[in-house]
Write a protein that binds this ligand. Structure first.
Ligand code: IPD
Ligand code: CA
Ligand code: CA
Length: 263
């Protein structure tokens, strides 16, 4: 089945309602003195809010899209996704921010069609009063304090004029030296981090965002929002889409020049 068989507008409306459900739970637990923090087998932290948000979203999807599958960071993936539409959920992206009271965190909701293309994405960052969303061929939008506007990427065309955002210097391997050297050649670098780097690309405030080691749930929602804003989303080797275990998003104009510098 192709995406043409699907009413993407209605899927996007559902994704926005899922984000409303998520925001209520996550905001209510943000800065809570009794927040429960555990360490996962991969040694990263998880809070009661991460789990409650993902459970609530899974319940809603089961109610409204019973045939769809769900891949979520906290509660896993089905053995096979073949031939199915599937929702990809990162209940809280930026858990380390969340548990320390830093407001840069978001719930990420993506919907992927059987070909692997992301057709709906919502990024909801309620502690920043911001949200971004897109549907395939429906354009990309953002809201700040409830005011909605369409977004598009920047027109910066030279690396020397570019603003680049990343998360940290972990996971770069041999590319780390190249990335550090590049910082001398471009206009500006800031570690905005997580979803925020890529959403700043989508809204034209930053020109390139990069992170060398990520999972599908970190990227699915971001991919379609960046593309619908006129940008490009690949992995660090240049493969299109969110399936390549790393992320480079850009305004498109700078993508190949940036890839040459870090590869
Ligand atoms: C993390 C963020 C971060 C990346 C980490 C992820 P989480 O997600 O996406 O940018 O550097 O690798 O684990 O755990 O806060 O959802
Ligand atoms: Ca994440
Ligand atoms: Ca997470």
């Amino acid at each position: 089945m192709s995406s043409g068989a699907r009413d993407i507008k209605s899927d996007l409306e559902l994704a926005l309602r899922l984000a409303d459900v998520a925001d209520k739970i996550s905001l209510n637990r943000f800065e809570a003195l009794d927040l429960v923090i555990e360490t996962k087998p991969d040694t990263t932290p998880v809070t009661d809010a991460d789990k409650a948000v993902e459970s609530a979203i899974r319940d809603e999807i089961a109610k409204h899209r019973a045939d769809d599958l769900v891949v979520g960071e906290e509660f896993g993936s089905p053995a096979s996704l073949a031939g199915k539409y599937y929702w990809v959920i990162d209940p809280i992206d930026g858990t380390k921010n969340y548990l320390r009271g830093v407001p840069t965190w978001a719930t990420l909701i993506g919907l992927i069609d059987p070909s692997g293309k992301v057709i709906v994405g919502v990024v909801s960052a309620p502690a920043l009063s911001r949200r971004w969303w897109a549907g395939d061929k429906l354009g990309a939008n953002t809201s700040f304090n409830g005011a909605v506007k369409g977004i598009s990427v920047s027109k910066v065309a030279k690396l020397a004029d570019a603003s680049v955002s990343y998360s940290d210097l972990i996971g770069w391997g041999e590319r780390k030296a190249k990335f550090l050297a590049l910082q001398e050649k471009i206009w500006r670098t800031r570690g905005h981090g997580d979803f925020w780097s890529h959403m700043l690309v989508a809204q034209g405030a930053v020109d390139i965002a990069v992170e060398p080691a990520l999972s599908l749930w970190d990227m699915a929602a971001l991919d379609v929002i960046v593309r619908e804003a006129g940008g490009q989303f690949t992995n660090i080797l240049g493969q299109e889409g969110p399936h390549g275990a790393s992320a480079v998003s850009s305004n498109g104009l700078l993508h190949s020049a940036f890839m040459k510098e870090i590869n």
